[in-house]
Design a protein. Structure first.
Length: 542
């Protein structure tokens, strides 16, 4: 067994625990094994290469193939690809001034495949160049930490990439958060008509007027009622406490787990790491379930496990209660949500201890060493062997941070333990955030809708206490637009009417013609059951 083999085996057992709770093994599982490196060959003819150099963000036509290493080293390449050459669409990735590199350097790649050419069931692949991570460990350890804590997150592997036969070097193969990846992570097919995946970057946050700033990566682009309902609930500061008013639209038990991991791994460039106008929050996704209730998913974790920004410039240490995105900040100001976050961090600390990122990091560094040396000798390296080990973002500093973070979490938890939950907040405490077994029968039924003057009303029958939100929208040449919205708590089951006030513009339209509206009603019951009801209604001309 080669050097580090025993340690690597133990580390991979630890990494295996990080996959608990995900869907069963799939075709792509072998390439998302962080203990292996595969060879990836990309080809571009001169015409397509010129197109990509002129416009790096646009996909061009090329080919893709993948080969295994028989012994885990660059010298062990098998003679026959296990993914035969096939057509692919290829573009470059990364931000200028950050990880972007052109084709003459160690460029990062995004790949797309048509259904007939899918790679091990995948329609998309992301190959990160890791040029901002000399250690080449940060993302693997970060995503493993998220998964270990029960946060839905991508898997990772490694690839040695060649372009037109020329070596480029070692890449992170990061599982895409697309319909294929989301369906595997959540164990159910992604519903194109009822769900969304929104990308948050560059300071985009859940503030009034910012819904259209989010890029819709999956789901209908012309109906973003779920995101608008979440923003409305967050911004309704004159109503109920934060944790109660967002309960129907946001799964705080899940979100606080993600924030706790971000803080623990020093993900300064994520959602909760830092607030910086126009730049952060950054690198996160908002995923809505079929009922329109949101979770957050992590992304862009290449600069984690190091409490600095810029080589040798300690500027922003990520503290466990430091300012972040608006949801995180409001959570810490809310008694019930703070308790959920505190408990989440306590559990994250233990989950990461079980993962043992120190051992995983040491073993992964040993495994990558011959591949990194091959990149240095034949590819397009960003760092030499000394920098890989000793740079500010290198292996030694990364593992040093890993070894000390537990004590920092212990100290914060001890100094900030919340008082015993009051009767007013006990229903929102972490112990009660686990969804109880479903109660038989539907959580709600639609009984009709009507207009009375300027008010639009929907009648429901509820199976228990909870919260109901209503959004009425109409189709316009620019997409679907909200006409009015409302939110109402239900203290008990039975009949409930929820309404919203039609604006003057809608009344003027009704004076000219009939108006067709779509009603989207989201119900979240206190027993954990949720339901979304969508109905189209026609308001006759006055």
């Amino acid at each position: 067994m080669r050097k580090g083999g025993i340690a690597l085996g133990l580390a991979l057992l630890a990494l295996g625990s990080a996959f608990a709770g995900t869907a069963s093994a799939d075709e792509a599982a072998p390439i998302y094994d962080p203990g292996t490196v595969v060879f990836v060959d990309l080809t571009l003819n001169s015409t397509e290469e010129a197109k990509l150099e002129a416009d790096p963000g646009e996909y061009v036509k090329g080919t893709f193939s993948m080969t295994k290493s028989a012994n885990g080293t660059p010298a062990g390449e098998e003679p026959t690809p296990f993914v035969a050459p096939r057509a692919a669409e290829i573009r470059l990735k990364g931000s200028v001034g950050g990880s972007f590199r052109d084709l003459s350097e160690k460029a990062g790649f995004k790949l797309k495949f048509k259904a007939a050419n899918a790679v091990l069931g995948l329609r998309k692949m992301t190959l990160n160049n890791m040029v901002q991570d000399p250690s080449m460990l940060h993302e693997t350890l970060a995503y493993a930490a998220f998964r270990a804590a029960g946060v839905p997150a991508s898997r990772t592997g490694y690839a040695y990439v060649r372009l037109n036969g020329d070596d480029i070097g070692v890449y992170l193969d990061l599982e895409n958060l697309d319909k294929v990846g989301l369906s595997r992570i959540f164990g159910v097919p992604f519903d194109d008509e009822a769900q969304h995946l929104y990308e948050g970057e560059g300071g985009h946050d859940l503030k009034p007027g910012e819904a259209t700033a989010f890029e819709v990566d999956e789901g209908p682009e012309d109906d973003i009622a779920d995101l608008e309902a979440l923003i409305e609930a967050v911004g309704d500061e004159g109503g109920e406490p934060f944790s109660k008013r967002v309960a129907a639209a946001a799964d705080l038990a899940e979100m606080t787990k993600m924030w706790a991991v971000e803080k623990y791994i020093d993900h300064w460039d994520g959602y909760s790491g830092h607030a910086e106008a126009g730049l952060r929050p950054n690198n996160y996704y908002l995923y809505s379930d079929p009922a329109g209730r949101f979770q957050m998913l992590p992304w862009g974790a290449d600069q984690t496990w190091i409490p600095t920004i810029g080589v040798g410039t300690p500027q922003r240490e990520v503290t466990f209660d430091g300012e972040g995105g608006v949801l995180f900040d409001m959570c810490l100001e809310d008694e019930a949500c703070f308790r959920i976050y505190w408990e989440a961090l306590r559990d994250v600390r233990e989950a990461i201890a079980v993962l043992d990122p120190q051992t995983v990091g040491e073993a992964t560094a040993d495994m990558l060493a011959p591949w990194q040396q091959d990149e240095i000798e034949h590819g397009r390296p960003e760092y030499d062997a000394t920098e890989i080990k000793e740079d500010t973002y290198g292996v030694d500093t990364t593992l040093g941070f890993v070894s000390g973070r537990r004590a920092e979490a212990d100290a914060w938890l001890a100094a900030n333990e919340p008082p015993p939950a009051s009767a007013a907040t006990s229903s929102l405490s972490p112990e009660s955030t686990t969804v109880p077994p479903p109660v038989p029968g539907p959580p709600a039924a639609f009984a009709g809708a009507r207009r009375s003057g300027r008010y639009l009303a929907a009648d429901l029958r509820l199976a228990g206490a909870g919260t109901v939100t209503l959004r009425a929208s109409r189709q316009t040449p620019r997409g679907r637009a909200t006409v009015c919205a409302g939110r109402k708590p239900a203290g008990s089951g039975g009949e409930l009417t929820i309404g919203c006030r039609l604006p003057q513009a809608a009344m003027e339209l009704l004076a000219q013609r009939a108006l067709r509206l779509r009603l989207t009603i989201a119900i979240a019951l206190a027993d954990g059951r949720t339901k979304t009801i969508v109905r189209s209604i026609r308001l006759p001309r006055e």
